[in-house]
Design a protein around this ligand. Sequence first.
Ligand SMILES: *Cc1c(COP(=O)(O)O)cnc(C)c1O
Length: 389
Amino acid sequence: MSIDLAAVRADTPACKNLLHFNNAGASLTPQPVYDTVIAHLDLERRIGAYEAEEAASETLEDFYDAMAEMLSCHRDEIAYIENATRAWDMAFYSLPLEAGDQILTHSSEYASNYLAYLQQARRRGLKIDVVPSDRYGQIDVAALESMINEHTRLISINHVPTQSGLVNPAEKVGEIASKHGIFYLLDACQAVGQMPVDVSRIKCDLLTGTGRKFLRGPRGTGFLYVRRSILDQLDPPFIDLRAGNWIDQDSFEFAPGAKRFENWESYVAGRVGLTHAVRYALDIGLDSIQSRVVELAERLRTRLAQIKGITVRDPGEHKCGIVTFHKQDEEAFKLAARLRASQINISVTTPASARLDSQFSVQRDIARASVHYFNSEEEVERFCEILGR
Ligand SMILES: *Cc1c(COP(=O)(O)O)cnc(C)c1O
């Protein structure tokens, strides 16, 4: 089904004077989602924050149903966590990894995740191996399988990296992980909200995401999916009185399901907003969102490639809404600042956040323009026109 562009743009009032191609950084929150956040803050102010939380209990519970519907899992497999990095940390630091165990990842890996591998390699004596890319620049699935040995305990990659339009073959990786009985942790931070993400098809054990990016939710919100069947093998790095029950002087038990990864205090207005953001995306439909995003991004890549001095650099057999490029005579931060002065938002990726990404030549800063379904063809034209000046 096609998206009613006028309606979604009307729900995004900033569209009137802002050209927002920074949806991979933080998208613009739809007005109805924003309204629920403000209404909750207002309720806190009027009746008290604990009382407001109680009043919002239905929505707060619906978060688990909405997420489960979006990811095709069970509601008790979802944890609310304040951002994707902490969600990922809760997953990674829970895994039973010991000295000599091998982690397989990919050169597109997110900086914070790779830092955690390095820290744990130092602390616990783990071995990190980077699976090469295939001719498209995505993780080479055959090479991945050939690198598996008796020490391989974890395959941990991203679905979509932060620094390019690549979409990794998450389902094919899942087939291999499940065939060999290896934990599979998927960083889906840039995928959720711009394409269908179905954990029953991907067969990942753990998956993480954030609220503010393609889901268009509030900042400071995120989530974790944990497959029921691996729960007993995980030991959460932290516990509190939401994640566990204190029984007596000598004993405690974990909260049931993925709740054991949550913590008690949270940004409740943000949770309310995130719930509505997920429902908003589900109402539009993630298949429709993906078709529009892919089409707009492809149009942008084609138009950019026609501008003298611009090199589009997105690898991948399948690409998404993230478009990255170099401009020959204009450094990326200067370019972003110039665009900003014309009410155009993009972002810049630095080599420090993608150290292994050298095969995609991130030796210097790259400009990242990330489109969403509410962006228009006219904006793509205007963007390219101003860029080419
Ligand atoms: C943004 C991003 C993260 C981190 O998300 P936060 O919500 O900022 O913690 C993790 N992985 C990828 C691929 C990202 O793009």
